[in-house]
Write a protein that binds this ligand. Structure first.
Ligand SMILES: Cc1cc2nc3c(=O)[nH]c(=O)nc-3n(C[C@H](O)[C@H](O)[C@H](O)COP(=O)(O)OP(=O)(O)OC[C@H]3O[C@@H](n4cnc5c(N)ncnc54)[C@H](O)[C@@H]3O)c2cc1C
Length: 384
């Protein structure tokens, strides 16, 4: 069903990106805020429900379809995608994948419509790459759990109505086995949001601390219900596999935009009496960028198709995210070079992309963590 609406959806997103979002890129960077009417249009387009099943009011896209939409969105500032990215991805998928029927009914329709914004709280001041060592505590107290601890760099925390929170319910020999996932509403007493951090790029998308201080969460908000205790880290890792493919697809889209920007500028800009596009050293930068973009696209779509068959894609998602995020970093660097001095000047917008794409190599697992995952999977599987 979802695939039937895909061509129409892709066309609508393409138009929206070209007509509505690209003209606003500089303004959003300057104001550090996506305008409210743009967010309303995103809701109307159904973007908050991309990955939520149709029975809960979403579009129910498979991974390949979602990747194609993410590639379209990648063609503009990543801050726009972030508006719905944390709800579509890491914020809601824990409920979709492992939530009880009651949890799905209570939250998914409102997430799909954009009525509720969600965020994902895994990282802490002392637990980043080593996420399983997280220290936020959830202590059982009657029919509730009491949460204490601090989560760091949480995307959309200042806008979120509901959080998926990973907290420790037990001290187990393997730290990951003592982690439980909770659905926590933003209005819960004892939950506080810090000030948005100042960042290198992706201005318009905010990250803040989320602090839990004696925050009482009903026991029926454990994702997966009574069977969910101790399963939170597994939920988080499944969610992140999907998230990595989504981010990889965004990187492919951004690389496509940058190749187009390089092409346009190289044909227009003249030096030594001819367009710089005539110089083979400039052509090499464009050729390398386009080749790498297409290689990343193939890798992302292959992994997404594999996931749609129900196969595990831990290695493939890491490879896609690793290659695509490093690739777009190289492409953005070449784009600055093709633009020459203009590449360094804010009015041309290329330096903004250069700053924006740097994040893709850091969040949802740094490049080094992707390398470790890929190597682990290869080393344990002789047929890899
Ligand atoms: C803008 C932004 C948005 C974010 N959004 C969210 C969010 O919504 N929710 C959330 O939970 N988190 C979020 N994060 C957190 C992000 O996922 C972490 O920053 C990231 O996983 C890295 O953790 P860290 O910053 O603690 O770095 P560290 O883990 O301290 O890593 C520092 C360096 O050491 C390297 N390193 C660490 N361990 C190893 C190892 N074993 N082998 C080799 N190298 C290693 C890393 O690759 C890196 O180069 C966000 C971060 C940012 C900056």
């Amino acid at each position: 069903m979802a695939s039937e609406v895909l061509p129409e959806l892709l066309e609508a997103v393409r138009r929206f990106v070209d007509k509505r979002l690209i003209p606003l890129e500089a303004q959003v960077d300057e104001a550090d805020e996506v305008p409210a009417d743009v967010v309303a249009d995103m809701k109307a387009l159904g973007l908050f429900g991309l990955s939520i099943p149709e029975e809960y009011g979403g579009l129910g896209l498979g991974m390949e379809d979602e990747a194609l939409v993410a590639m379209e969105f990648g063609r503009t500032s990543p801050a726009f995608r972030s508006v719905f990215g944390s709800t579509v991805g890491i914020g809601s998928q824990g409920i979709v994948m492992d939530g009880t029927d009651a949890q799905k009914r209570a939250y998914l329709p409102r997430l799909a419509s954009g009525e509720l914004i969600s965020s994902f709280c895994l990282t802490e001041p002392d637990a980043g790459s080593d996420a399983a060592s997280l220290r936020t505590r959830a202590r059982r107290d009657g029919d509730a759990y009491v949460l204490d601890g601090t989560k760091r760099y949480i995307t959309n925390a200042d806008k979120a109505d509901v959080f998926t929170v990973m907290a420790r319910t037990a001290d187990t020999p393997k730290p990951a086995d003592g982690v439980t996932a909770f659905i926590v509403e933003a209005a819960t007493p004892g939950l506080k949001i810090g000030r948005p951090e100042r960042k290198m790029g992706q201005r318009g998308a905010h990250v803040c601390d989320v602090v839990f201080d004696g925050c009482r969460v009903p026991a029926d908000r454990v994702i997966g219900g009574s069977k969910g205790e101790g399963r939170g880290f597994r939920t988080a890792m499944k969610v992140i596999d999907r998230g990595r493919l989504h981010i990889a697809a965004v990187c492919v889209g951004t690389a496509g935009r940058l190749v187009q920007e390089m092409r346009r500028y190289a044909l227009e800009r003249r030096q030594f009496g001819k367009p710089i596009a005539d110089f083979q050293l400039v052509q090499a930068m464009i050729a390398d960028s386009e080749t790498e973009r297409c290689a990343a696209r193939a890798l992302v779509l292959e992994a997404a198709r594999q996931r749609d068959t129900g196969a595990g894609v831990t290695k493939e998602a890491s490879m896609a995210k690793y290659f695509a995020s490093e690739m777009v970093g190289r492409v953005a660097d070449r784009a600055v070079q093709v633009f020459g001095g203009a590449g360094y000047i804010a009015d041309y917008g290329i330096e903004r992309f250069y700053r924006d794409v740097r994040l893709f190599r850091l969040y949802e697992g740094t490049s080094q963590i992707q390398q470790l995952v890929i190597a682990r999977e290869v080393l344990k599987d002789q047929d890899a």
